[in-house]
Design a protein around this ligand. Structure first.
Ligand code: UD1
Ligand code: CA
Length: 462
């Protein structure tokens, strides 16, 4: 039987002190709610999840408008029990319901499968032991070790606060039981809210079995209520992602100083220096080295590529054995063939560069097609934009572009051509010849002397 997932995401997230709704805050580059939606999809792909929204509902709807979700609104956020009640009219009475929280992003499929494997008349809930249970509902058991109720932090006595078994806020039970209990929840508690956790009391009173299931790993139930918890979860998740890559043969100079905000697919013997950020989908070929303080976004590196310090690669494809940087910027549409060298303060955009070509110093290459074994001298600029439109520069194989050349596009440089330093090229250049634009004659001024250095404080009279 397909399980109906309900995700609670209507709360204001007051403790975040933010205009952005809590479930849209990012964890490893992805909104919190997206994690919960992804695990829900894996668990119950046949049924659209119901997401209960309230605070800033339109923004959340818009963010996830591409996904199959049944949104339900809770116009006033009167508590978690009230939130689930809003979903009930949209749930078939014979369904088994899994309740998840939008602010508990790392809950694993394994734990949820434990919780949902038996669809019976029991109330199934996850439990976990936390060294620091502060902020979580505590699980109260009787002498027979049966769960009798959940006590919220704000309602707990000093003794009850010492309980380290906590409520992850994730339950699975029949719609029939929810329909029976939810309307009876009252607000007699420290927060004057309709607590969903009261269903545990009702189950106990009605002799419905309360079946607890240990979570796979206690950390996965960590909830995000404030920014400190978000930062804590971020570090935990980052370390998990890094450990996975290390197990696949990637070395990190410091596993605590790297950020993966997307997916990194790496071959063996890749080394990553400190403070590297990966965003989107990044592929790293065997033996690549990523220098410190670099950012790689949606980029593919072949084998043995070396990225030197402080480089930014965004939407680039880099073939085997290229070296990039330090301080290089590759922008979307950059495609480098093997053994290309891109040096410091070089920006490349929407351009192809052929095998063994070098652009080593202070250049801008935009909308260009550069052949093989080309040497682009320091300070070369493709003038690709006329203020209205972008134009293309085509540079043939084995050309030599002298330093400080401006290539005013559209323009084509013939194979084997040499361009003298300081040229402004506005017309196509013939193959295999030296082309040079008009230079101001060089003069030497005879008998010129450098002025003498003035004494400190001396004033020159007119
Ligand atoms: C809740 C549980 C607590 C548990 C903890 C686990 C209750 C009363 N308490 O506490 O036992 O240990 O989660 O993380 O259930 N929400 C709504 N509508 C509302 C109120 C909340 O949709 O009216 C949503 C929130 O957006 C959030 C989730 O429900 O995603 C949990 O609410 P929150 O206020 O964070 O509850 P906790 O205090 O964390
Ligand atoms: Ca919470």
């Amino acid at each position: 039987m397909a399980i109906q997932v309900v995700i609670l995401a209507a709360g204001r997230g007051q403790r975040m002190c933010s205009k952005l709704p809590k479930v849209l805050h990012l964890l490893a580059g992805k909104p919190l709610l997206q994690y919960v939606l992804e695990v829900a999809e894996k668990l119950s792909p046949a049924k659209k999840p119901i997401v209960v929204l309230g605070h800033q509902a339109p923004l959340i709807r818009k963010t996830f408008s591409h996904l199959p979700i049944h949104f339900v609104e809770q116009s006033e956020q009167l508590g978690t029990g009230h939130a689930v009640l809003q979903a009930m009219p949209h749930i078939e009475p014979t369904d088994q319901v899994l309740i998840l929280c939008g602010d508990v992003p790392l809950i694993s499929l394994q734990s949820l499968q434990r919780l949902t494997q038996t669809a019976d008349d029991a109330l199934h809930m996850l439990t976990a032991h936390l060294e620091n249970p502060h902020g979580y509902g505590r699980i109260k058991r009787n002498d027979d070790h049966h769960i009798v109720r959940i006590i919220e932090e704000k309602d707990a006595s000093v003794e009850e606060k010492k309980i380290t078994e906590v409520n992850p806020g994730i339950y699975c039970l029949s719609a029939r039981l929810l329909n029976r209990w939810l309307p009876n929840i009252k607000t007699m508690n420290a927060q004057n809210e309709f607590y969903l956790t009261d269903i545990i009391n009702f189950a106990h009173q009605d002799n419905v079995t309360i079946q607890s299931h240990d979570v796979h790993c206690a950390k996965e139930i960590l909830g995000v209520n404030d920014r400190a918890q978000l930062a804590q979860l971020e570090r935990f998740l980052q370390l998990r992602l890094v450990k996975k890559l290390m197990a696949q043969g990637v070395s990190f100079a410091d596993p605590a100083r790297v950020d993966i905000r997307g997916e990194v697919i790496a071959s063996i013997d890749v080394t990553v220096d400190v403070n590297v950020i990966f965003e989107g989908r990044v592929v790293l070929g065997q033996g690549c080295h990523i220098g410190p303080h670099s950012l790689l976004r949606n980029t593919i590196l072949g084998e043995g590529v070396e990225i030197k310090a402080n480089s930014v690669l965004d939407g680039a494809e880099v073939a085997d054995h290229c070296t990039i940087g330090p301080f290089a910027r590759l922008r979307p549409g950059t495609v480098l063939a093997s053994h290309v060298h891109i040096g410091n303060f070089v920006e490349v955009k929407n351009s192809q560069v052929g095998m063994q070509s070098k652009i080593n110093h202070l250049s801008y290459v935009g909308d260009a097609e550069i052949g093989q074994r080309v040497n682009v001298g320091a300070g070369t600029i493709t003038c690709n934009y006329d203020g209205m439109n972008k134009h293309k520069t085509i540079i043939g194989d084995d050309t030599f572009i002298g330093s400080d050349t401006q290539l005013v596009a559209p323009v084509t440089i013939g194979t084997g051509a040499t361009i003298g330093a300081g040229s402004t090229i506005t017309k196509d250049v013939a193959a295999d010849q030296l082309t040079i634009t008009h230079r101001i004659e060089q003069r030497t001024i005879k008998n010129w002397r450098r002025p003498d250095k003035k004494e400190r404080g001396a004033v020159t009279k007119a």
